[in-house]
Write a protein that binds this ligand. Structure first.
Ligand code: FE2
Length: 283
């Protein structure tokens, strides 16, 4: 029997200041561990005022996690201490596996109208992969398939699979799905999800019912966390809705998290910061 997932929690993203003074909205983070395991954090950057984002995220380290940056509008200039650099531009995704460690900076730069809009998701790595070599997957807009279903629903597939079409991001241990879905008015979208996986939606624009009971209309900038089950069911009313639909396999491991580094134990965390201070962080 196919069980449609019920909603566990709906919560509005909250204003936060990060980096060198970037004003963003946080959908979930440190206080929510382990509810969204294997995911740690989701930030929504959306502003047409460059003062909100231009200071960016100067040099900082990461270890033990993956950071997944999805840009809708604007550019993020990225550079790391190994000399890698590039622009993550409108429609692109950077799936960065920090592994044993990278030191990088991420500097948002809006469109010519000053608009910056994007998301950064943090996914945890299991103990067995926290110290692997860093890896980048630069996923450009043209490599992300967009399919249109019979009822007009449009799905951009960054990771995962929708009716036989697979996204470009594969071979990730948490078996993630990352979809950007737009549902026209008065339309339903059903999508199968793996049993036991953590599934959440983040509404980007418009509003809809995110459960089959149609309990509550969910407005933009809200996080919908699902209970376990086999599928999700979203229904619009008089307006379209756009949302991110993300899932992954929980790691069920202890989380020791401080700032941009997430390990399993306090000892590992202390070692990481000691190494960062003494210049031996990069392996
Ligand atoms: Fe970062």
């Amino acid at each position: 029997m196919n069980t449609i997932r019920k909603i566990n929690r709906i919560s509005k993203s909250v204003p936060a200041i990060e980096g060198a003074g970037v004003r963003l909205k946080r959908a979930f983070g440190h206080d929510d561990v382990p509810l969204l395991d294997p995911f740690l954090l989701l930030d929504d950057f959306h502003s047409d005022d460059p003062d909100d984002y231009i200071q960016g995220f100067p040099w900082h380290p990461h270890r033990g996690i993956e950071t997944i940056t999805y840009v809708l509008y604007g550019d993020v200039k990225h550079g790391d201490s190994m000399g890698n650099k590039g622009d993550i531009t409108s429609g692109d995704v950077q799936w960065m596996t920090a592994g044993s460690g990278i030191v990088h900076q991420e500097m948002p730069k809006g469109t010519s109208e000053g608009l910056m809009w994007g998301f950064q998701l943090w996914a945890n790595l299991p103990a067995s992969q926290k110290m692997i070599n860093p890896r980048y997957r630069d996923v450009t807009k043209d490599t992300i398939p967009e399919i249109t279903l019979d009822n007009g629903v449009k799905v951009k597939i960054i990771a995962g699979e929708v009716i036989g079409t697979k996204g470009p991001v594969r071979d990730i241990v948490i078996d993630p799905e990352y979809l950007d879905v737009t549902v026209p008015p008065e339309t339903s979208f059903s999508h199968d999800t793996k049993k036991g996986h953590t599934v959440f939606a983040y509404s980007v624009d418009g509003y809809a019912y995110f459960d089959s009971q149609k309990g509550k209309l969910v407005d933009k900038e809200n996080l919908v966390i699902y209970e376990d089950g086999d599928s999700v069911h979203i229904t619009t009313v008089d307006e379209p809705v756009r949302f991110l639909l993300i899932s992954g396999k929980p790691l069920k491991e202890p989380v020791a998290w401080y700032g941009p580094i997430v390990m399993n134990t306090q000892e590992e965390l202390k070692k990481a910061f000691d190494e960062y201070r003494s210049g031996t962080f990069i392996k």
